[in-house]
Design a protein around this ligand. Sequence first.
Ligand code: SIN
Length: 313
Amino acid sequence: MKLQTPSGRIVVLGTGGTIAGTAADAHDAVGYVAAQLGVEQLVSAVPALAAFELEARQIAQLDSKDMDHATWQRLALAVDEQLRRPEVSGLVVTHGTDTLEETAYFLHRVLAPAKPVVLTAAMRPASAVSADGPLNLHDAVHVAATPEARGVLVVLGGRVHDATQVRKAHSYRVDAFESADGALVARVEEGRVRRVGAWPEAEALGLARIQRPAAQWPRVEIVLNHAGASGRLVRLLQADGVAGLVAAGTGNGTLSQDLEAALREAQAAGVAVWRSTRCDAGPVFDLPGTLPAAGALSPVKARIALLLELLGR
Ligand code: SIN
């Protein structure tokens, strides 16, 4: 699909999600099936996008609860291939909301692109009376076409988040996404991008880091501290050959005595162990004698960071 416009070309990569979902009843925003419409249909449903030179490509078609490492690998390769085209000024990736923050953080760490790679999604299916997908896609294309925009960004509900800070914070509301500590990058208002923070910067690890077949990537799991938490799960995971563990601790990454003891046993046996927090925002600090802290990364992002570190060993 090619539409003429004076600005650079924007490539829209489809991966599925509710933005591509449909329900039998237009008033049903819960009982729908995700990943039903192709990315070309999503683009065609937004007439205002005819002002842009767009290409649409389907990379995957899934409910993002089922996102996996092989799809991430394929997506990172596809994003990199498109970014290398001089005529392409930016990318949009349509995605499900459920693991969007993980895919964004993965792409951010692996590619840290100099051009904008904008992930967008929807909380309501495309068939809903008040679907949010078309406006989110419209806004995402505007951000991707913004000359100074860079890095992996997430656009929903008129807000532009960076990949490190963003997280899905509500299970149902249309404004489901938040940036930790309120650290927004920009807002999109009537198609205009108003920057309120910094474009993300990072050093790319590069595709070489993820070239191993995904089935051979080290297994990194998350365990949670909670009232009554024991170390049993950790011991089972260790016996099952886990390579890395992220403990989603309470508060400043604190752990019950038995959970901590099991994590230390696993660490002594060669399992990489990091501590993060189950709190919605805020860092975990390294203190003398504690297990290594994951800083301000949420448990799911710490899992990706540890996975990428283990892939580099
Ligand atoms: C999904 O994550 O693919 C389904 C849920 C959503 O997109 O809101």
